[in-house]
Every structure is written in C-alpha cells, then in structure tokens.
Design a binder for this molecule. Structure first.
Ligand code: 5GP
Length: 187
C-alpha cells in the first residue's frame, strides 16, 4: 500500500521547545492543584501525545517538590467536529466522560482551540456530569479564528491561522507521530 502525504513546509515548534513548555505547564498545574485529586480529561485523538507528556511533567514537578503531590486520574472523551462554511459548526460526542467526573476537579487536555466550537460543546456536556471544577489546558491556540468565546486556563503556544500537523495533530489521520509541530505544504 502506498500513502502519499502532502509535504511538510516547515517546522513551527521544535521538539525541544514543546518539551520545555510542557515542563513549565506541568509545574504550573502541579502548583495550582497541589495536594488535591485531579482528573486529566484527554480529548481524543489529537491530544494523546500532549496528554502523555503533560501527565509526566506533572509527575516530575511532584518529584522535585518531594513533600506535595497531585493525585492524577485519567479519563478520555472523543468528539467529532464538522466544519462547513455554509452552516454553523456541529460537534458530536463519540465517547463521553462518565460518572467518574462527578464532584471532581477536571482539567480538559486539548490539542488545539480554533473556532472554539468543540471546546464549547465539551464544556457544556461536562456540566451535565456535575464536576466540582472544570479548567482547560490546550497545547495550541489560534485566537484569530475564534467564533465562540471559551475559557482557557493554560496555553502552550498561540499560533497564527495556519494548518499544522504533528505531535498528535493529523492531516487525513497522518503525521500524528511527528515529535514536533509542522506547517503542511500545499495540498
Ligand atoms: P474548533 O472546534 O476549535 O474549531 O476546532 C478544534 C478541532 O479542529 C481540533 O481539535 C482539531 O481536531 C481541529 N483543528 C483545528 N485547527 C487545526 C490545525 O491547524 N491542524 C489540525 N491538524 N487540526 C486542527
């Protein structure tokens, strides 16, 4: 089977920049939730690499602080977004969070926030599950593309309106395993 991917134009965020920033986010999140229980809620599939590295960064912060801890648990949701220039965006829940989130501190871990529709949908869905608190951590943010206002508590990088792949983000399900973020060439 041959797979022809469009070429990558350039590296936007290198592997070392990603890891340094995720380390900082881990420390910040650890400080904010120290001595509490926290559920990391990953949004499949794009957030998987970020989710895994962020969870380890939170552990490293705990290891460095020695005395304090954050009791981390993992949960996942899967969403499908349909964007069409002629209609408002619709988002569908493929796999939901569970009762597991009830009365818990929840931190949504997203790959990228673009128009905001996906995150807005997810936040509304989570409210029906009665968590204690909900915050949002996104690796990438494209603020210039926002159509609905969404609260973001932790941001890795703000980027301009360009289509990116890698580190979990795909083009036609390809490129998710790049260890860096790249700009896709002409399709
Ligand atoms: P939103 O609902 O905020 O417009 O879109 C969020 C979703 O759109 C992301 O979870 C991601 O799946 C997709 N998306 C938005 N921008 C990009 C991008 O630059 N590259 C990739 N690969 N996906 C994107």
């Amino acid at each position: 089977m041959s797979v022809t991917n469009p070429p990558l134009e350039s590296v936007l965020i290198s592997e070392s920049c990603l890891q340094q920033r995720i380390y900082e986010l881990g420390r910040q999140i650890f400080t904010d939730y120290e001595n509490q229980e926290l559920i990391l809620l990953g949004v499949l599939r794009g957030s998987v690499l970020f989710f895994a590295d962020l969870a380890r960064a939170i552990f490293k912060a705990q290891h460095e602080s020695q005395m304090k801890e954050v009791a981390l648990r993992f949960e996942f949701v899967q969403l499908m977004s349909y964007h069409d220039s002629t209609q408002p965006s619709t988002v569908q829940l493929i796999r939901g969070g569970s009762d597991y989130l009830k009365e818990q501190h929840v931190l949504i871990v997203e790959d990228i926030v673009d128009t905001g529709h996906t995150l807005n949908f997810l936040c509304e869905h989570l409210q029906t599950l009665n968590p204690k608190t909900v915050k949002v951590c996104t690796l990438l943010d494209k603020p210039s593309q926002r159509q609905v206002s969404v609260p973001i508590d932790y941001t890795g990088f703000e980027i301009s309106d360009t289509f990116v792949v890698g580190y979990g983000l795909d083009y036609a399900q390809q490129y998710r395993n790049l260890p860096y973020i790249a700009v896709l060439g002409s399709i």
